[in-house]
Design a protein around this ligand. Sequence first.
Ligand SMILES: *Cc1c(COP(=O)(O)O)cnc(C)c1O
Length: 819
Amino acid sequence: MSESSYTIQQIAERLNAESFEVKHDTLINTLLIDSRSVVSPGTSLFFAIEAHRDGHEFIGDAYNTGVRSFVISNASYRDVFPDANFLLVPDVLLALQQLAADHRGKFDLDVVAITGSNGKTVVKEWLYQLLAADFNIVRSPKSFNSQIGVPLSVWQLSADHTLGIFEAGISKSDEMEQLATIIQPTIGILTNIGEAHAEGFSSAGKKLLEKLKLFTGVKLFVYSPDYTGGIALKDLPGERRFSWSTTVKADLEILFVEPIKGRSYIRARYKSEEIECLIPFSDRASVENGIICWATLLALDYTPQEADLRLEKLTSVNMRLTLKNGINQCSVIDDSYSADISSLAIALDFLRLQNQHVLRTLILSDLYETGKNDKDLYAEIASLLKQKQVNRLIGIGPHISESAGIFELESTFYESTQAFLENFPAMHFNNETILVKGARRFEFERISKLLTQKIHDTVMEIDLNALANNLKFYQSKLKPGVKVMAMVKAFSYGSGSFEIANLLQYHKADYLAVAYADEGISLRKAGITLPIMVMSPEPSAFEAIVKHKLEPELYNMDILKAFVDFLPDTQFSYPVHLKIDTGMHRLGFEEPDLPDLLPVLRLEEKIKVVSAFSHLAASEDARHDEFTTYQLDRFLAIVKQVRAELGYDFIRHISNTSAITRHPEAQLDMVRIGIGLYGFDSGLKSNAGLHTVGVLKTTITQIKTIGPLETVGYGRRGVLPEGGTIATVKIGYADGYRRSFGNGVGRMLVSGKPAPTIGSIAMDMCMLDITGIEAKTGDEVIVFNDQLTIGDLADQIGTIPYEILTNISQRVKRVYFYE
Ligand SMILES: *Cc1c(COP(=O)(O)O)cnc(C)c1O
């Protein structure tokens, strides 16, 4: 293999690790920061980085997978695993960065660094597509561009590579110099400078200057003066500079861009001649990213003809995996964006995170990994499949078929996608999770189409990364040791069941909570092992609750007695949760109930109180802060009595989403996060830091021109006094788009522009006034997203975002994205 290895001794010396002793003599070639992504434990070095969670907490997990080498800053872990290597350093992240910088310094090759507010990943992937014919390229996986992502990307460099392409992103001042020392670029590219991530900086100019620190000392700098306004030419980096612009004179001066059937024809002036190119995209961002790549090719001395030939073949960079319902109770993960080892590893992690089916199948095409021969490549893949617990492989393509002997799992091979499709009717996919992963040319979309159910044209897209981000956002606001109960009631606020729970389990939520036993049962059936609290445990469901190890919330003496009576006499310490009413006046024991309650709890051995909790009535609202404090005080007073009577500890929790940031004193032992996970928190001043999780989309089925005297829809309530154009879209009140959105109250985004409803909302469809908006049948229409938020929709009809989300009916298919 072409990877570089270092002895643990060499690394310890480089990092100046304190009093290091070799306990386990080993060569290191992999740097790890996540105990869940171990592939080759024996040669991995785990960095216990403090991010949202303290990486030291996961040393045990990593050790259990076989990892024996760790970089730590907390010496106490050394004694727990005496046979492992522990490199003690003052700052673990810095150690990772130093190691990567050192590694980079060993190679003499051109390295392209890309930064900007937008477009970094696309430009990086496109340059890879454009230059792969001439170079053996190493590049950042996905959008690894952070203080952690950059060192991991650079670490992949080996002697075989002839070009590196890495992206760098910063969220705070003073981070870029560090990334520059790791990447040590020779060529710099500045992409679009927009408003993204402005918060951490005092001004736009300062932000730009900070970004430019990445390029100090580069030989060549590719940029647009449209984005460097205010900075004197002499202050720009680069021994040589190549500029492009749509507005002013530049080395590549764009004259016009003309859209032709989804493509863009671009003309420009270059070296006082007119040149042209065709880019297979028409949206603004892609056109700009295409121009940046064009400028880069020319700056690298490709002829305009050659550049045009290559640009024409660009393919879209869709790095999101989608999870959909498949035929015969299967789940299908579709990932046909790229076919290299690092993206395969990420996709396999996502496959492994799925617990809803026992069987995990991978359909994989030949991979194209530059710099590796087939034997090494497929051996590496075989060990990856073993590590990630894939049960079955279907290999498609001549190369993977030839390496059939290397794979140890159940496998079948086909020479081509066509051969697979011909055999498809005889194959029995049933109740399994199937990852479809293939290089573009294998056209695996034909396979995923066969495997997935047809999706009716209104879909809710759920961004699982955004959800994970929101969880991390709140985790970072918690005091050390505070646990998280994730609220997944009501189909996870309309977002899904096991799809969401799998992710929460993977990201180490401590508890889940559902409203009804059935919701808990479906999670158990889908393989969710986290403890699950059931908030409305009906006596008719007790049997199922116990059978599926669900934990009931007990809120009055009747339900408590009924549950205790139900439990067999042999039962001991069944976990239950005690609900205390401190002012919501919904469910829960109140202070006067304690004399009845406490003796029962003390004497009854069949149950054990694992937590006691209360619910805040108005934690988001400053006007009620006094009441919130009152609720907290009452709660603490009551649990004190319970604790004294029981004689053992239990988890105390009262915070919902908004309380986490607004009332940190109320975090206690655990918080219950609901709507915040799904990207909304009315207690925050702005939603900055939270990501939009759900996007609801529909499509235009028909477009009509309406005269001034005509009417639209039931009851003839829609009129356009001047006449105009209307579009019928496939969403109605049966999908959860409430009737109250009708007659101009609600708006949707058509071609990015707001279009009001016209007439009444019907059961399965409604009409929009799109007068003056360019649109055609089949176009996508946004009902809500990060521009038009669930908060906006709630305001339009006078409700709250919770209701908007949970109203989306089950017939609207959910599609999950992960990258
Ligand atoms: C739904 C619910 C929550 C979550 O509230 P959010 O405001 O969505 O965070 C917390 N606790 C209880 C008891 C709930 O029913």
